[in-house]
Design a protein around this ligand. Structure first.
Ligand code: ARG
Length: 468
């Protein structure tokens, strides 16, 4: 029994100093391969670059290097094909691959880990992975933006109420509202780009945490792997997860943007608003109420912002209070990152589909602009143009609105004569200022909702997104 235990313990890659085999419960508790296996391609890519560098530095012979590269390619194929067996007792993806390599090619495989630690290796893998997934996310963001732009083009000219505090505020173009989301996603792409740019430095060479005495060449590995540079401080490198936190923050903001849209779609598809109709294929029914058509997709997108935000919080708390440098706590970085990424990708892609499969009820939108005194600011601005200080104008219009409310009428139902009772400055030209169209099209300030401005913004967005 004790012999068997001993031989089992020495089968660990780090088993040399241990007299007893690891408890099964410990293996189960500490293993990460069930989720970090998804880093295998990046792990292999990093190992190949590392092996080539070791050969250039004469730390491996060319034959050993060739054997390692061939073995790693073979392992990659096996994993691709689903025939590779990951063993939880080997902890993580790194040791599973290294062990398989040695089993395939013999002692050359045992040289791969020269001048490297899993601490710099895991940081490398995650950076390579996030760099690639950052690109995928960016593509999905652009795809979703296109959905908004196509709708904005289709409905250019449709007026709706703009809201503050969810109270009707000022009339706007529906396209202006849709393009607002396009801007949010543009910032999301930018933010993601910044994050990827910052994480795009090679951590390999930090080794466990103090660097290595072996004659490695970090710069050449960085060039081969497409990094813009190398990390500066081996201790910082070993314990740093800022890049994962930033990535999670990017994911969280994207999800929150989608969640705000989701909230609007839930409201807008209600009988109370009736602004939007989501295609039947993108809704679900009720198991008891036969009449129901529910906006489950937007609700789930909104709901999933809890878990994405939770992923960010989770890693923030994991890192808080960790002494330098690497601590095993950091293994807890991957599940939140993967889960947030999967969730955001799924949410973005279903949002894009949703945008392609909904239509707006232009009549309901137009009707909703009729009530709510939404041209009150225009009336105040009219008085400002006649040289009344804005604060006075605000007071005059406030009294007019109160009067209308008492009589149960809207601003444009007041005659010029009645309006003049509130201010001598009001003339016959007031009527054009009180129309909803007039109000929208008067807002020609850069970034405003006037049709000319929105049409410009739309042209620009189409150009940026490559829409003909
Ligand atoms: N699976 C580990 C992780 O994800 C790899 C690094 C292990 N390093 C160590 N010193 N035990 O963090």
């Amino acid at each position: 029994m004790s012999d068997e235990r001993h031989s089992k313990s020495s089968s660990k890659l780090w088993g040399g100093r241990f007299a007893e085999a690891t408890e099964a419960s410990v293996e189960a508790f500490t293993a990460s391969v069930q989720y970090d296996a998804r880093l295998y391609r990046h792990d292999i890519m990093g190992s190949k670059a590392h092996a080539r560098m070791l050969a250039r530095q004469k730390l491996l012979t060319d034959d050993e290097c060739e054997a390692i590269l061939g073995g790693l390619d073979e392992i990659c194929r096996e994993i691709d094909e689903g025939i590779f067996v990951f063993r939880p007792e080997l902890e993580d993806v790194h040791m599973n691959i290294e062990r398989a390599l040695t089993e395939k090619i013999g002692s050359a495989g045992e040289k791969l880990h020269t001048a490297r630690s899993r601490n710099d290796q895991v940081s490398l893998d995650l950076r390579l992975y996030l760099r690639e997934e950052g690109g995928n996310l960016s593509d999905l963001l652009a795809r979703t933006q296109r959905g908004f732009v196509v709708l904005a083009r289709k409905y250019l000219g449709t007026i709706m109420p703009g809201y503050t505090h969810l109270q009707r505020a000022q009339p706007v173009l529906l396209s202006h509202h849709l393009l607002a989301y396009c801007e949010m996603l543009e910032r999301d792409k930018d933010r993601l780009g910044d994050c990827i740019d910052r994480l795009n430095v090679l951590p390999l060479g930090a080794a466990a945490m103090a660097g290595t005495g072996l004659p490695i060449d970090r710069e050449s590995v960085a060039v081969e792997l497409g990094f813009k540079g190398i990390t500066a401080n081996s201790m910082d490198t070993s314990g740093d997860r800022d890049f994962a936190l930033e990535f999670l923050f990017c994911c969280t903001v994207i999800q929150l943007h989608l969640s705000r849209l989701a909230e609007e779609l839930v409201l807008w598809s209600s009988k109370e608003f009736g602004f939007v109709e989501i295609g039947d294929r993108y809704c679900t029914g009720s198991s008891i109420m036969p009449q129901k058509k529910n906006p489950d997709i937007p609700e789930l997108i909104r709901g999933k912002s809890g878990r994405v935000t939770g992923a960010l919080m989770s890693l923030l708390m994991t890192v808080k209070g960790l002494p330098l440098t690497y601590n095993r706590d950091l293994q807890e970085d991957k599940e939140p990152v993967f889960d947030a990424l999967d969730t955001v990708k799924a949410s973005l892609s279903i949002t894009a589909e949703l945008l392609d499969n909904m239509s707006f009820n232009t009549e309901a939108l137009q009707e909703a602009t009729a009530g709510g005194f939404m041209t009150a600011t225009d009336l105040a601005d009219y008085l400002v143009r006649k040289n009344m200080p804005f604060r006075h104008a605000h007071g005059v219009v406030g009294r007019i609105v109160a009067h209308c409310q008492k009589k149960g009428i809207e601003l444009d139902e007041m005659s010029v004569g009645e309006l003049r009772d509130f201010s001598e400055l009001i003339g016959d030209d007031i009527k054009e200022f009180l129309s909803v169209e007039g109000s929208v099209n008067s807002r020609i300030s850069t970034g405003g909702t006037a049709t000319v401005r929105v049409a410009e913004a739309l042209d620009l967005a189409e150009k940026k997104l490559g829409i003909a």
